[in-house]
Design a protein around this ligand. Structure first.
Ligand code: SF4
Length: 94
């Protein structure tokens, strides 16, 4: 598998992936997310990690110190949920 160059310096490289990709973002998963974000705060490649997550529309897990909801706020069009796309008006309406 190809490894992106910045990932070699990732603070999470040898940590349990479950911390960054909990099964749920609620309950116990919320505490895992907060622990993961704490690791990200000290990570030397936080910026490229976040840029990668935004550009590839990562919908799950903690990337660059952000959770999915935060990434949707940073890039609302890139990660917009399908159900939030406004409906197109029908022809002949009015
Ligand atoms: S910013 Fe967080 S998720 Fe990204 S490489 Fe660093 S520790 Fe891992």
């Amino acid at each position: 598998m190809m490894m992106l160059d910045w990932t070699r310096r990732a603070a999470c490289l040898d940590l349990d992936p479950e911390l960054f990709f909990p099964i749920t973002m609620e309950g116990p998963g919320r505490s895992q997310v907060e622990q993961a974000k704490t690791v990200c705060r000290g990570c030397p490649v936080r910026e490229p990690c976040l840029a990668y997550a935004l550009s590839t529309r990562q919908a799950y897990g903690v990337w660059g110190g952000t959770d999915p909801d935060q990434r949707r706020e940073l890039s609302p069009t890139a990660a917009r949920r399908p159900e939030t796309v406004p409906a197109q008006p029908l022809r002949g309406d009015r």
